[in-house]
Design a protein around this ligand. Structure first.
Ligand SMILES: [Zn+2]
Ligand SMILES: [Zn+2]
Length: 157
């Protein structure tokens, strides 16, 4: 069995380049996070591992996530707690986007918008600030919930 990182595992390659030693378990978690993408919490990562017959304990998942965070490879998000207290992680470098979080159903939608680029420009122009990461979480009511609310409580005039 080879100890070299597989070509697909960019996160592993980046961590190794930073001098981090990776156990097989950690590598497998990294591969999982990469192949699944999106917003994952520790419980979901462990569930995915189980589905793929990879045995990892929760502590290893948390340590691996902490490592990724420490090296700036993932963004830690709480989605305004619309889905509870857990934190979610997503790979950096997916392009800046904001998260619209529904207080009613917990749905999180992504929006890519030039507004974020303008925000970075304003920060640079007004504060001389160089933005390295952007995290915008907006709370409200999603389209589906808004439509549902209109149906169950019609406005009576
Ligand atoms: Zn909703
Ligand atoms: Zn996202």
């Amino acid at each position: 069995m080879s100890a070299r990182p597989r070509p697909g595992s960019l996160l592993a390659t980046k961590l190794v380049a930073r001098g981090v030693r990776l156990t097989n378990q950690r590598r497998k978690i990294l591969e999982l996070i990469e192949s699944e993408g999106g917003h994952l919490d520790a419980a979901r990562i462990q569930e995915l591992a189980r589905e793929r017959q990879i045995s990892v304990d929760r502590a290893t998942v948390y340590r691996t996530l902490a490592l990724l965070k420490q090296h700036g490879l993932v963004e830690e998000l709480d989605f305004l707690h619309v889905r509870g207290d857990q934190h979610f992680y997503e790979s950096r470098g997916l392009g800046d986007h904001l998260h619209a979080c529904c207080y009613r159903c917990g749905r999180v939608s992504e929006l890519r918008t030039a507004t974020l680029d303008r925000l970075k420009e304003e920060l640079r122009d007004n504060l001389g600030f160089r933005t390295e990461s952007v995290r915008v979480e907006v709370g409200g009511c999603c389209k589906e919930c808004a439509e549902h609310e209109e149906q169950v409580s019609p406005v009576v005039i």
